[in-house]
Design a protein around this ligand. Structure first.
Ligand SMILES: CC(C)(COP(=O)(O)OP(=O)(O)OC[C@H]1O[C@@H](n2cnc3c(N)ncnc32)[C@H](O)[C@@H]1OP(=O)(O)O)[C@@H](O)C(=O)NCCC(=O)NCCS
Length: 377
């Protein structure tokens, strides 16, 4: 490979896309990979381009460099190198994050060249490890099952060959994650009511963000989440200002009723962020396709994030907040509730999901490559 735009004898070129047209082409690659599916979640192209040109609420905190691979001029793979100083300071780590990874099938050489270039960029920035498949608000882990099916909101539905690409580039499994689903039967809804009442008897007020005051609830969510997730793998603190920018426009949507806070002795000690079934609004669904009710089509809400500050744990507050969120989902017509993305070793959260009657329905991996040694040594 010669230089940034050099073309190898195999017709492969690794480039840094520049200018709006090239960045839009970069952002559109998923359409070439997933568009033949019956249902998938297409990217928000404008939002992605804004992120790549530094006009996103996260932009002040990260450096991002998109890279793509072309073979004979055709875009066949892409990835973005992210250096997140806030993350690295929080964890006292020197980690580079590879986000946006997508690739066409049968492009082993082009993908290997692109990933090596991305890893080289991470190393040049003084980082000692690269991670792909999780970066808070930027990327989600790689699916290891349910291939070809409609994934849960936010989660990847990547093809199986991605794992070979990543492992051939020296990546190892760093973490496993699971997605849970609860069937909202009459019997379980009855149990949920009991969970909310029990928390109330214990002195906790379980209240929706709308009931609390939506804008104040965003700040409360930020504070509780920063405290509860301070030592949670993969997380970095977020500011009130950026959370307000990301969430305030949702004030007049069901998010305000499905998202919950817990107040104990006048202090907010727990927070849940949940969304309604967004498949009709945001997914690309081929005409005539009927989604399985536990996957979408108006019948699957999802709890995206749950946290309880340490001093209030172990008294049923998480269970009660999730139960209240799921009750509201059911009232609005949901028959299933997702409890999205739990680390395999996060037993407090897994037990919370299980105590809500939820079961593991999909599995995911995050990869890591240590850079102190060459790949495979
Ligand atoms: C996960 C978390 C929200 C649980 O909050 P909590 O209010 O302590 O949970 P609850 O008291 O409602 O307990 C719910 C269930 O989990 C179990 N549980 C909670 N903490 C546990 C622990 N440390 N070990 C084992 N089981 C635990 C409870 O026994 C209960 O199950 P049961 O009904 O079968 O008895 C809290 O630990 C937290 O904020 N952790 C950090 C952030 C995080 O990991 N969030 C989830 C990301 S996916």
């Amino acid at each position: 490979m010669k230089g940034e735009r050099g073309l190898s004898s195999s017709g492969i070129a690794i480039e840094r896309p520049k200018g709006r047209a090239a960045l839009e082409e970069f952002a559109r690659l998923p359409f070439h990979i997933y568009n033949n599916r019956q249902a998938w979640w297409p990217p928000d192209i404008l939002n992605e381009v804004d992120l790549l040109i530094g006009r996103n609420p996260l932009s002040p905190y990260i450096e991002i460099e998109p890279l793509c691979a072309r073979r004979n001029g055709r875009l066949v793979a892409r990835v973005s190198v992210v250096i997140n100083d806030r993350y690295n300071r929080h964890w006292n780590e020197r980690l580079g994050q590879l986000v946006h990874f997508e690739a066409m099938p049968g492009e082993d050489d082009a993908v290997a060249a692109m990933l090596e270039r991305a890893v080289e960029r991470v190393r040049e920035r003084g980082m000692t490890a690269a991670r792909t498949g999780f970066a808070a608000f930027l990327d989600y882990p790689y699916a290891i099952d349910n291939y070809g099916e409609f994934p849960s909101f936010l989660l990847r539905g990547n093809p199986p060959y991605y794992h070979c690409y990543l492992k051939n580039c020296g990546f190892e499994t760093e973490k496993g994650q699971t997605d849970y689903t609860a069937a909202l039967s009459d019997e379980i809804l009855q149990r949920y009511r009991g969970m909310v009442e029990a928390a109330g008897r214990g002195g906790a007020r379980i209240i929706s963000w709308r009931g609390f005051g939506y804008l104040a609830a965003i700040d409360a969510w930020t504070d509780v989440t920063n405290a509860a997730f301070a030592r949670h793998w993969g997380w970095n603190p977020v500011s009130r200002a950026e959370a307000r920018t990301m969430l305030s426009s949702l004030w007049d949507t069901p998010v305000a009723d499905l998202s919950i806070l817990a107040v104990l002795d006048g202090e907010v000690v727990g927070a849940v962020f949940s969304v309604p079934d967004l498949s009709a609004a945001l997914a690309s669904i081929k005409p005539g396709t009927r989604l399985a009710p536990e996957r979408g089509g108006g019948t699957r809400g999802a709890l995206i994030n749950i946290g309880v500050v340490e001093k209030a744990r172990g008294r049923g507050i998480a269970r009660a907040m999730a139960a209240q969120s799921f009750l509201e989902m059911a009232r609005r017509g949901a028959r299933y509730a997702g409890y999205t993305l739990v680390l395999d070793d996060n037993w407090p959260s897994r037990r919370t999901a299980e105590s809500l009657g939820a079961h593991v329905t999909s599995n995911f991996l995050t990869y890591r490559r240590e850079l102190a040694r060459p790949a495979g040594r």
